[in-house]
Ligand binder design. Structure first.
Ligand SMILES: Cc1cc2nc3c(=O)[nH]c(=O)nc-3n(C[C@H](O)[C@H](O)[C@H](O)COP(=O)(O)OP(=O)(O)OC[C@H]3O[C@@H](n4cnc5c(N)ncnc54)[C@H](O)[C@@H]3O)c2cc1C
Length: 458
């Protein structure tokens, strides 16, 4: 019997296993996929110029201590996000305008004042401690900002935040969930920033998955069972029994479940989770959070003074950034195709998906049809909803009213079953840092429960 079995080898599961192992516990990690990393997935380029990030990419060295400690420990090289040049805002398929990167786009003075008022209001809310109010949990983010007097331009921008940050529309998440997300992640401004004050400051030159691979080596590959989807969990009084799709059984004193809560219902957990736990976890949704990564031989958009960053209300790409690693001659634009736009885009055939993205890039950067914009050297697209063991991204979002109603049970241990995942993190929820933080907390729960049990027997 193991001390603890961890289901899932994403960042939260790996961290939980490593922390438990460091405390002297025996561990087994059971992962459905044939790789570790979960929603962190770095894929090598055929050109040999490094890799692309199909999942998580950005980190911050001063604000995210856990991921940065691994970067330093493993000696991983990083690249800072490029801040120079002009950004582009696309208001509709035909209208676009340029503005200096890093400031509020040049809307009319009234629109700008209104947007900055709403932004500052949410920023102030996001710096308050504790759980947001029940009233704010019962309204959508869209309703919330309309009640504050948001003008049409602001309503569209707030919707863009929801799409970019969570892969949903602002009508689809509660205001409280959005504010809580900002509270856990150092405020709205830190979430949105690409400089040293924010979440999009740096990327790993050789891919974020190298962190997952290195943690897996620390845990010991023989303790990690890949290609082993778990199908059932028997949560008994004194032990847990876990069965995989191919019929293997693992028993342990404790089990840490690290898959997104939206997917708990796919497992046969017995005895069944309590009604409130089922209500909140069955009610969570994962967003349409997709990437199209377009790699070029050279960063042609910089020739014209563009940063590579653009945002769009019309889509299909709702936001893009330059994700080049110049040192490797890797030049790419990473395009997010999220929310409702992503839902539509994911129904297209691959060649159609690619065609609409290239067309939009050309329009944004004023490139003609014979230009380099239409001659990428590699294109990747990743639709996380199509992934059987993710079913969407970024992190599960609770249903309207559920965040506050089920706060006392959501993510709390049930018998010998403990729950981790970026969605439960008090810091950097939705991020790699949050997954590591939650993994640490889950392992600590298990370590103290096991020690308490041992003390009781003596
Ligand atoms: C497109 C995209 C962009 C992102 N950008 C960033 C970013 O720039 N910066 C950042 O910090 N974060 C980013 N994130 C978020 C980040 O990837 C996640 O917060 C983090 O990786 C989640 O880790 P986790 O361990 O909570 O969950 P997961 O990574 O989902 O891990 C769960 C694991 O459980 C496994 N599993 C599922 N079902 C089973 C089963 N039945 N049996 C066994 N195993 C199972 C899965 O295969 C997976 O390995 C991004 C995510 C996406 C998708």
């Amino acid at each position: 019997m193991f001390d603890v079995v961890i289901i899932g080898a994403g960042f939260s599961g790996l961290q939980a296993a490593y922390t438990a192992q460091q405390a002297g516990l025996s561990v087994a990690v059971i992962e459905a996929r044939d790789r570790v990393g979960g929603k962190v997935w770095s894929v090598p380029l055929a050109s040999g110029r490094g890799c692309v990030e199909l999942g998580a990419a950005w980190i911050n060295d001063s604000l995210q201590p856990r991921i940065w400690a691994y970067a330093e420990r493993f000696g991983l090289k990083v690249v800072k996000q490029r801040l120079e040049g002009r950004a582009v805002m696309q208001e509709n398929p035909e209208a676009r305008f340029e503005f200096p990167f890093g400031i509020t786009p040049d809307f009319t003075p009234e629109e700008k004042r209104n947007l900055e008022y709403i932004r500052d209001h949410i920023q102030a809310e996001s710096l308050k401690p504790g759980l947001p109010s029940v009233e704010d949990d019962d309204v959508s983010l869209d309703q919330y900002v309309r009640r504050l007097g948001a003008l049409p331009q602001t309503i569209k921008m707030v919707n863009l935040w929801a799409q970019v940050m969570h892969g949903v529309e602002s009508t689809e998440e509660s205001a409280a969930w959005f504010i809580d997300y900002c509270r856990r992640n150092r405020g709205l401004l830190a979430i949105r920033a690409d400089d040293s004050s924010g979440g999009q400051y740096m990327r790993f030159q050789d891919g974020a998955q190298s962190v997952a691979n290195r943690i897996a080596s620390l845990i010991g590959e023989s303790n990690i069972h890949l290609s082993s989807p778990v199908v059932s969990i028997q949560n008994d009084k004194s032990y847990v029994s876990i069965t995989t799709a191919d019929g293997r059984a693992f028993t342990a004193r404790k089990c840490i479940l690290s898959i997104p809560s939206t997917m708990y219902r796919e497992l046969n957990i017995s005895p069944q989770l309590s009604q409130p736990v089922q209500a909140v976890t069955n009610g969570t949704v994962l967003g349409d959070y997709n990437k199209a990564i377009v790699c070029y031989d050279r960063p042609w958009w910089r020739d014209h003074g563009f940063n590579g960053y653009f945002a769009s209300y019309s889509g299909p790409v709702i936001l893009a950034r330059d994700t080049s690693v110049d040192e490797r001659r890797h030049f790419s634009l990473t395009c997010f195709v999220n929310g409702e736009r992503g839902r539509e885009w994911s129904k297209l055939y691959p060649h159609e998906r690619r065609a609409v993205v290239l067309k939009q890039i050309a329009k944004i950067f004023k490139a003609d049809e014979n230009s380099e914009a239409f001659r990428p050297i590699e294109v990747f697209d990743q639709i996380w909803k199509h992934e059987r063991f993710s079913r969407g991204a970024l992190a599960p979002i609770t249903k309207l009213g559920h965040l506050t109603r089920y706060d006392s049970v959501y993510g709390k241990p049930v018998g010998n079953l403990h729950f981790v995942g970026t969605e439960y993190s008090p810091e950097w929820k939705g991020y790699m840092e949050g997954a590591l933080c939650s993994g640490e907390i889950g392992a600590q729960e298990v370590i103290s429960a096991i020690r308490k049990g041992q003390a009781a027997k003596l």
